[in-house]
Design a protein around this ligand. Structure first.
Ligand SMILES: Cc1cc2nc3c(=O)[nH]c(=O)nc-3n(C[C@H](O)[C@H](O)[C@H](O)COP(=O)(O)OP(=O)(O)OC[C@H]3O[C@@H](n4cnc5c(N)ncnc54)[C@H](O)[C@@H]3O)c2cc1C
Length: 759
């Protein structure tokens, strides 16, 4: 019998009982998602008092010598082999030589350790490979990223038995096996756990032996690499009606490796995702029998599939799509800055128009921010963390911001971005954006349910402890644990309320900030917003309890604030790690001030819409009594950011580092714009002289002696290169008559619905 405690037994106990009803309850799948991975800088942001020294002390991501050699060698070589137009519009696949190169150089084995024959790369190296490939061909980048992301390789590494690892990993590393991972089915998309694909434990015959195994029936779709996969990582619900492996009938989601040559497996037809031709398609299985040792992790892992998936996702989600998105933003900034500089309308470079500079400034700063966050997240993964909330933020935010940057790039390019053809380097990216938005957790659901919903529970210093205590089957032990967590939580809330009030009413002037030079005021504002966030979260949880989960619009806004806090702290870290470059200060200022505006607006929207009005009034009083009062980057800062990408300079190189540079003298669309950019910049002083003399015509300026013959030749060559750079493709009607492009195999063009039950 535990001793009597006044606080626990008389004060905490009634709260404990009431909280059982008020706090959100967790379903098994939610609990498993929340328990996957760990917390990292997100926990500091949730504390309301982030430790800036800790942030600046995180070791920046670095490449080993071998990783650098791989990027300079095979990755460069591969990029040189890729012709995205040909791949997407003519071959509808990567060329055979590229497939061979990918396998032979172990692009599919970046995460497989060297002892199994893989490359054993760091998360940062993996990310750099994806970055370079993404700047050349999305189809190639996706093909290379998928086996290294959520799938058989990662799952075997984390959960496979020794025998499974010894058998499969070397085969995957050598490219003898091509993996894919099938989770999504027609009925179960975002709610993947509701899948109807089923496996039943039974005895059966496998390779001539009578063994215990699983009979599978499934129908999956949208599965990347499926049409050419030799091994399918399959998620299904396992049942054991005859209790052959235990007492449970419905064992739950289980993951197994299914060789695609087994009888009953149908695979091979293809989807066309936004006209990107990376291999993707549906597959289904009818009465397919696999032995028990094909379950990843063996019998002990039966029913633990959801947890395994969430755990694998906690890391993978932070690498592939964020790297692709950061690369896309940098690529868009690079090419759009160059194009705007060479394109003239109304007799001036369009880069001189303020309305264009507004877009260019945003693109430059977005490239800076996304790369900052990508590097910081990779560094955390390489440091052994699996920060599930951070990687979900990265996936959703990086892809959303890529969308804004690519749209800006399209708008600035005008028709040049729209007309498809080998000279168009943007159309493919533009079509690819929704793929990034949708896969690995569609962004709408990720923003509203995962970034904050799971984040609030996972990264909060006390909430998960309280919820675990409330669900403890031993209620005495639960009460004890709750008593400790709850009162610590109360102290934390009061401290944050006080901090929030002081920091808000003093405009953040005295909030904590490290000695960070010109960036110091930004830290102060982030400290202010971090305490306001922690305080508002506590109030929202206290007043809405489990109801907060259903208030997706409120949750999404909290998710946005948390995301802004994360991304802008990454920008601060980047500026510091890169030696506090004076020339990059405008980029940092743009990122920080834009973040502050979003944060202030989201607080205002939360306060304006919060259903419990007295709580909203308290939030307003303590967080921003005068409403959102921050204004975002000034026009001068936006113009300074735009200038970085419209002029060759070190700051521009820092933004575009790691992207593929096609050979300068090639006829590639990217190379042409780069060449025109270099020439335009080189002849600028000559043109300035002509403009000063009010003689814009080359021949007239030559005749008047304003320029010499060499200048004139240079100018004429620049004009030629610019006209090549602004050129677009056209096609004959015959060239456009792609046979059967809009038809089914039988010539019909109606939708066909595959029903596996009829197989
Ligand atoms: C090109 C491509 C490649 C893919 N590769 C793979 C793969 O290799 N393996 C694999 O298993 N899957 C793969 N997928 C599937 C992908 O993960 C799913 O498309 C994704 O999970 C969304 O499912 P859905 O498309 O059915 O959309 P739905 O689930 O039908 O969602 C529709 C919309 O509703 C929103 N939504 C859903 N629930 C909620 C909610 N509770 N609150 C708010 N909004 C909500 C979503 O955000 C989305 O905007 C791929 C998909 C594509 C397009």
């Amino acid at each position: 019998m535990p001793h009597f405690s006044f606080r626990r037994d008389l004060i905490t106990k009634p709260i404990f009982r009431a909280a059982k009803h008020a706090l959100p309850t967790l379903s098994d799948t939610e609990r498993e998602a929340i328990e996957a991975g760990d917390v990292w800088w997100d926990a500091d942001l949730f504390s309301g008092n982030p430790d800036w020294k800790k942030l600046l002390g995180f070791r920046p991501a670095r490449l080993s010598n071998d990783e650098q050699k791989f990027l300079a060698g095979p990755v460069e070589q591969l990029c040189g082999m890729l012709d995205d137009w040909k791949i997407n519009w003519e071959l509808h696949d990567l060329p055979p030589a590229v497939w061979e190169f990918l396998k032979a150089n172990k692009f599919f084995a970046m995460i497989i350790p060297t002892e199994y024959g893989g490359l054993g790369f760091s998360a940062y190296a993996h990310s750099e490979v994806i970055r370079k490939l993404s700047s050349r061909s999305l189809s190639a980048a996706v093909t290379a990223m998928v086996p290294n992301s959520l799938g058989p390789g990662e799952l075997l590494l984390q959960f496979g038995t020794k025998a499974q690892q010894d058998y499969w990993l070397p085969r995957l590393a050598r490219g003898e096996e091509i993996p894919c991972f099938g989770l999504t089915s027609p009925e179960a998309g975002s709610d993947a756990a509701s899948m109807v694909d089923v496996g039943v434990v039974c005895r059966g015959s496998f390779e001539g032996r009578e063994v215990l195994g699983i009979r599978l029936n499934w129908h999956k779709r949208y599965i990347t690499l499926a049409p050419i996969a030799t091994v399918l990582g399959l998620a299904f619900k396992l049942r054991d009606p005859d209790h052959l492996v235990g007492q449970q009938t419905d064992i739950g989601i289980t993951l197994a490796l299914v060789p695609t040559n087994l009888p009953g497996v149908s695979i091979g037809r293809r989807h066309l995702p936004a006209m990107h031709v990376f291999q993707n398609g549906p597959n289904w299985g009818h009465e397919v029998f696999i032995p028990m040792d094909h379950v990843i992790g063996g019998v002990e892992q039966c029913g633990k599939g959801w947890k395994m998936l969430m755990s694998a996702l906690a890391a993978g989600r932070g690498i592939s799509l964020p790297s692709l998105s950061a690369a896309a933003a940098a690529f868009a900034a690079d090419l759009t800055g160059a194009y705007a500089r060479v394109r003239e309308q109304f007799h001036v470079s369009i880069s001189r128009f303020e309305a264009i500079q507004e877009r260019l400034g945003r693109m430059a700063a977005t490239a800076y921010l996304l790369d900052a966050a990508r590097r910081m997240t990779c560094a955390s993964l390489d440091d052994g963390h699996h920060p599930a909330v951070v990687t979900a933020i990265m996936k959703a935010q990086a892809t959303e911001r890529m969308r804004i940057s690519v749209n800006d790039a399209m708008d600035v390019h005008g028709g040049k971005g729209i007309i498809e053809g080998p000279l168009n380097y943007l159309g493919s990216l533009y079509r690819g954006v929704p793929i990034g938005i949708t896969v690995e957790g569609a962004n709408i659901v990720t923003r509203s349910l995962i970034q904050f919903g799971q984040g609030a529970i996972r990264s909060h210093p006390y909430l998960l402890k309280e919820m675990t205590a409330l669900q403890d089957a031993d209620s005495e032990r639960g009460l004890d644990a709750f008593d400790k967590a709850f009162w610590a939580h109360v102290g934390h809330s009061f401290a944050n309320a006080f901090r929030t009030w002081v920091r808000a009413w003093t405009g953040g002037l005295f909030s904590p900030a490290p000695d960070a030079g010109a960036a110091r005021p930004f830290y102060r504002q982030l400290s202010r917003y971090s305490s306001a966030f922690a305080f508002a979260v506590d109030l929202a949880l206290l007043s809405l309890g489990g109801g907060l989960k259903r208030q997706e619009m409120i949750s999404a806004r909290f998710g946005d604030i948390l995301s802004e806090l994360y991304l802008s702290s990454a920008a601060l870290k980047r500026w510091n790690d890169e030696g506090r470059q004076e020339a990059d200060l405008a980029l940092l200022e743009w990122c920080m001030k834009s973040s502050f505006v979003v944060i202030a607006m989201r607080f205002d929207e939360i306060i304006g819409n919060f259903p419990v009005r007295p709580v909203a009034w308290l939030m307003r009083l303590l967080i921003q009594p005068l409403g959102p009062s921050t204004r975002g980057p000034t026009d001068r800062v936006t113009q300074a950011c735009a200038a970085i990408i419209t002029n060759p300079c070190a700051a521009r190189e820092r933004l575009t580092v790691g992207l593929y540079e096609p050979k300068a003298d090639s006829s590639d669309g990217v190379a042409l714009v780069k060449r025109a950019f270099a020439k335009t910049v080189a002849v600028q002083p000559i043109r300035d002289r002509m403009r000063g003399a009010r003689l814009p015509d080359i021949d007239e300026a030559l005749a008047a002696g304003i320029i010499n013959t060499e200048d004139a030749a240079q100018l004429k060559s620049a004009v030629d290169v610019v006209s090549m750079a602004i050129a677009v493709n056209d096609f004959s009607p015959e060239e456009l008559a792609l046979p059967g492009a809009s038809k089914n195999g039988d010539g019909s063009s109606q939708a066909k619905i595959h029903r596996p039950a009829a197989e």
